[in-house]
Design a protein around this ligand. Sequence first.
Ligand SMILES: NC(=O)c1ccc[n+]([C@@H]2O[C@H](COP(=O)([O-])OP(=O)(O)OC[C@H]3O[C@@H](n4cnc5c(N)ncnc54)[C@H](OP(=O)(O)O)[C@@H]3O)[C@@H](O)[C@H]2O)c1
Length: 262
Amino acid sequence: MSKVVLIGTGRVAFHLGHALKHAGHDLVSIAGRNTEHVHALANELRTPGLSLNDALPAADIILIAVSDDAIADVALNIPIGDAVVIHTSGAGELDKLLPHPHRAVLWPVMSLSPGEPMDFSQMPLVVDANTERARKMAKSLAGSLSGHVSELDHGQRELVHAAASISLNFPVFLLARAQELLRKNAIDPSVLTPSFVAMAQKASAIGASEALTGPARRGDLGTIHHHLDRLADDPELRAAYARLSSMILRAHGHPDHGYTDV
Ligand SMILES: NC(=O)c1ccc[n+]([C@@H]2O[C@H](COP(=O)([O-])OP(=O)(O)OC[C@H]3O[C@@H](n4cnc5c(N)ncnc54)[C@H](OP(=O)(O)O)[C@@H]3O)[C@@H](O)[C@H]2O)c1
């Protein structure tokens, strides 16, 4: 088990902090820029809380879980030592951690939001590193948290990150817009929730392409026309509907009738 200093007090620090403790690691302290946030997370994880200006205790691993744009500055302010320095960003390069000699990434491929500590045991964790020592430490740390660890370089991580945005963020954003549409028309938006949950489960069970249903998949152009008419008051959503319908129609061997031009 490793001695770990965790920097950051946000979503990832919360979930990762709990997972590290649960796995039996020695979380020697957490550190952050906001005293109130540090105090709250330090209490939650029952570990000392430090400011970013305090000297950090000795550790095998310094885990930086701060916003992507802050990683480089935070890393620069950590004195160079023996510890392997790790960040948690899927999009971030290893060199954000310069000038530390042993640099690694430990990226949870999961949407981590406020709430109960998440179970990491089957969570996909992606690791990358610049030296053998850093790789060994990062893989061992990741392996102690989850049974689903893989190694990807920066280019591959960027691709997974983009794919995750498409598959995760876009459907949730579209759900929010669809709910808003119903709300505006005095219809209870919760009518959409059960099928959203069921579709995510079905897509993981039988594959996304197989699980897909709807007028575009079937090639029901009349229904698509009616939907486009209904969306006349929301040109942005109408254009998104048309573009996505066109992609689905073509993917399933139907003519798209120029919906991309809407
Ligand atoms: N949430 C996810 O789903 C998720 C999943 C995988 C990976 N990640 C990655 O994990 C990292 C942290 O994300 P998060 O979701 O935990 O973010 P978050 O909840 O927004 O927390 C961001 C943390 O960064 C700190 N911070 C921001 N700017 C700073 C600065 N200039 N100097 C020092 N600290 C600063 C914040 O401090 P304050 O408390 O003072 O604001 C806060 O503790 C990011 O690299 C992100 O890409 C996130």
